[in-house]
Design a protein around this ligand. Structure first.
Ligand code: PMP
Length: 423
């Protein structure tokens, strides 16, 4: 119904009022970065206006407050993804904040796991499994580590339905497999991978699993305890928070297998010359240097915002919009939509119009005030499998409504019309 497809939360996002070429902005690029609500912007403003100070070092009041506020966000993020339950089960006294490390985003979190965890738990000749569906952020750090340590990268290919199937995983795992790195939701296809069963298979063979949640956390409730993943990573800017901040969740039993990666201030217990420095405990030993304090506070405000709406409500809104979007796209002549038809799709859809380069489609839509993403989407291997060098990607957020979808479909039909007449 019309009321369901109008977003009651749209008004919370000031950038959505922006005019582009005298047209109202139709923002369909939330998977690249989601718009920020006023509550998040205000929280960061508040910090810079009234609370600004560094953390962890000062005895003075502002510093103590900033530290307390930052650490409070840590527990909020841990609760948001169900980490607290995992830690409670591990030991009643242990707190999930130990295993919740702030990073600058998904990319840094994956690099951290490569260098802090995997590098210390492998020998030359050991194997890492990555999938053909990964974002470059979940490919390149493993390749760099493999190059350095003589590890072998094995690729879990998609089947003919463009899905990852369990049998292929079973066949790839050997005695030497040490890690599976897999995306929860594809940033190109929107496919929601059935990662819980993949994790079970990996664990049966004693393989640790890193889940890239960059495209998952804003669309559905994540429970790392239930998933039983070893590492879960995501970025704040895709869940309506600021850029430059993200999180890494580490399962309790993996923490003791990790060594600090970056060295510097805030991560030490004591420093001696010329050697003999000792590190502090998790999570701080993985957070060298002054953190992005305002960003972390904004991250917390984004989680408060999402929690106040409720992820179930968001999922309901987005899934009805997605149905409408897919139906609209399927009705366009000469469109090719990529991805699985049997697995659920969340937030994202990619396509090409017959005979038109994705870049041209994107450039025309831009002139109509419609923002989409085009190109290889940081997933060159997946695009190669799709037989494409570039695609158009449309992605939804909680503020997207039927009007946005209608404008897109109308725009695409206009582009088809323009080029159709010339043929
Ligand atoms: N993984 C996936 C699936 C993504 O979509 C993205 C962002 N496009 C990343 C990783 C990298 O995130 P960031 O650039 O915020 O580090």
């Amino acid at each position: 119904s019309a009321s369901v497809l109008t977003s009651p939360w749209r008004k919370d996002f000031p950038t959505l009022q922006t005019q582009v070429y005298d047209k109202s902005l139709v923002y369909l690029d939330s998977a690249a970065t989601a718009q920020t609500p006023t509550a998040v912007i205000e929280r960061m403003n508040q910090f810079y206006h009234h609370e600004y100070a560094s953390v962890h070092r000062g005895v003075h009041k502002l510093s103590a407050n900033a530290t307390e506020n930052l650490e409070f966000v840590r527990s909020k993020v841990a609760d948001f993804i169900g980490a607290s339950a995992a830690y409670r089960q591990h030991s009643p006294e242990s707190s999930a904040t130990k295993g919740l490390i702030f990073t600058k985003g998904t990319t840094e979190a994956i690099n951290l796991v490569a260098n802090s965890y995997l590098a210390h738990n492998v020998q030359a000749g050991d194997e890492i499994i990555i999938t053909e569906m990964e974002h470059h952020a979940n490919i390149v750090p493993w390749q760099m580590l493999a190059e350095r340590l003589g590890l072998i990268i094995k690729v879990w290919r998609l089947n003919a339905q463009h899905e990852l199937d369990e049998q292929a995983l079973q066949q790839l795992i050997t005695q030497r497999t040490k890690l599976l790195a897999i995306t929860h939701v594809s940033n190109v296809l929107g496919t929601v991978n059935p990662i819980k069963s993949f994790i079970e298979i990996a664990h049966q063979a004693d393989v640790a699993v890193l889940v890239d949640g960059a495209q998952a956390v804003m669309h559905q409730r994540i429970d790392v305890h239930e998933l039983d993943c070893d590492f879960y990573v995501f970025s704040a800017h895709k869940l309506y928070g600021p850029t430059g901040v993200g999180a890494l969740y580490v399962k309790p039993n993996r923490l003791s297998q990790m060594q600090p990666w970056e060295g510097g201030g805030a991560m030490i217990e004591q420093v001696r010359l010329p050697t003999g420095t000792g590190f502090t405990q998790a999570p701080w030993c993985f957070e060298a240097g002054t953190p992005n304090i305002a960003g972390i506070l904004g991250f917390g405000a984004a989680i408060d915002y999402l929690t106040s709406i409720g992820l179930v409500e968001i999922e309901k809104h987005e899934s009805s919009l997605m149905r409408s979007l897919l139906k609209g796209l399927q009705d366009i002549d000469g469109i090719e939509i990529y991805g699985s038809s049997s697995l659920p799709t969340i937030g994202v859809v990619s396509f090409n119009l017959n005979g038109l380069h994705a870049f041209d489609v994107g450039a025309f839509l831009d002139r109509y005030g419609i923002a989409i993403r085009t190109g290889h989407l940081c997933a060159m291997p997946l695009l190669k499998t799709l037989g494409q060098s570039s695609v158009c990607r449309v992605s939804l957020g909680l503020y997207t409504d039927q009007h946005d979808v209608d404008q897109l479909i109308e725009g695409l039909c206009r582009i088809q019309g323009l080029f159709g007449e010339r043929k």
